[in-house]
Ligand binder design. Structure first.
Ligand SMILES: Cc1ncc(COP(=O)(O)O)c(C=O)c1O
Length: 296
């Protein structure tokens, strides 16, 4: 947390270090809640509507009543971005089940919790961003769809954290989680793409990937620029033998991958990554430039 981080909570924007929530909040006690991570550039939230739609769906999927309308939340987000100490940063919008008794039953919680943090976020070191990240495939598997649907962006990241610990212990930058069928699902906080013979491939959501907003944008940019793209199941073999691999996410933006399980990618950063990275930056500029943008 940076000293400049702010928090919108209970209708006020205060220094984040001074913000508090109850120790009885079920978001804290049980991971019972949902969230969004949103970047802002040039003091404009990027793809805010997409994030709000996903937040509302995540909340509905876990039968969590939204404490505010989406329009109100958008206003609170704008106010937080305007108050931020930096022009470019990262927001964490969190809805918890709220404070209740120690029992797991959500009916104990009468009022959902809601807060927004504005800070900066760097997912990997600058060196990994430029020269490529080094990954392992974790032994920890992505939770099955019939356990917790991966489309729910919930506060429970424990199986991703276990995978990340595996990467840390191996001295690597990030871990890839497989689903229980052994197909590639995603990274611990990002989606994954590979390039093989000029074809861009990413796992379908049904293989355990979050329906990433950056992932969707990359698919859209590829389609608009005649880069062939497919959503299909990926085996570890496909990753190990890919020409290029890269990660995408709001926090990650685009991160090239240079090595997976000790196998070097043929190219890093490769030509398809470079092209999509340029297109991504151009799209962000288009949507967030105050002179020409359409961002909220
Ligand atoms: C598990 C997981 N997968 C993928 C992503 C990337 O999604 P998005 O591009 O919407 O940020 C995230 C982002 O937080 C994530 O937590």
């Amino acid at each position: 947390m940076s000293t400049d981080a702010l928090c919108w909570i209970n209708g006020e924007i205060i220094p984040a270090h001074a913000a508090t929530i109850s120790v009885f909040d079920h978001g804290l006690l049980y991971g019972d809640g949902v969230f969004e991570g949103i970047r802002f550039y040039n003091r404009r939230s990027f793809r805010l509507q997409e994030h709000l739609v996903r937040l509302e769906r995540s909340a509905r999927a876990i039968a969590l009543q939204l404490p505010h309308t989406l329009a109100q939340m958008a206003d609170f987000i704008d106010a937080t971005v305007n108050a931020a100490k930096f022009d470019n940063g990262y927001l964490r919008v969190v809805i918890t089940r709220g404070a209740g008794s120690l029992g797991i039953d959500p009916r104990n919680c009468t009022q959902p919790g809601f807060f927004i943090i504005a800070d900066t976020l760097q997912m990997v070191k600058a060196e990994a961003r430029q020269q490529g990240a080094r990954l392992i495939i974790a032994s920890t598997r992505r939770l099955p769809m019939d356990g917790l649907d991966p489309r729910v962006k919930s506060l429970n990241y424990l199986n991703h954290i276990l995978a990340r610990i595996e990467a840390n212990q191996a001295g690597m930058d990030e871990a890839i989680l497989l689903n229980r069928n052994g197909h590639v699902a995603e990274g611990t906080a990002d989606n994954i793409f590979l390039v093989q013979n000029g074809m861009l491939v990413t796992p379908p959501v049904s293989d355990g990937a979050l329906e990433g907003i950056t992932r969707n944008l990359i698919i859209e940019l590829a389609q608009r620029n005649d880069i062939p793209v497919q959503e299909k199941s990926i085996a570890p073999y496909d990753l190990h033998t890919a020409d290029e691999v890269f990660l995408t996410g709001t926090g990650a933006e685009l991160i090239p991958v240079r090595e997976i399980d000790g196998r070097a990618m043929t190219q890093c950063p490769g030509p398809v990554y470079r092209q999509l990275q340029e297109l991504f930056v151009a799209q962000v500029t288009l949507e967030t430039d105050s002179a020409m943008g359409t961002g909220s």
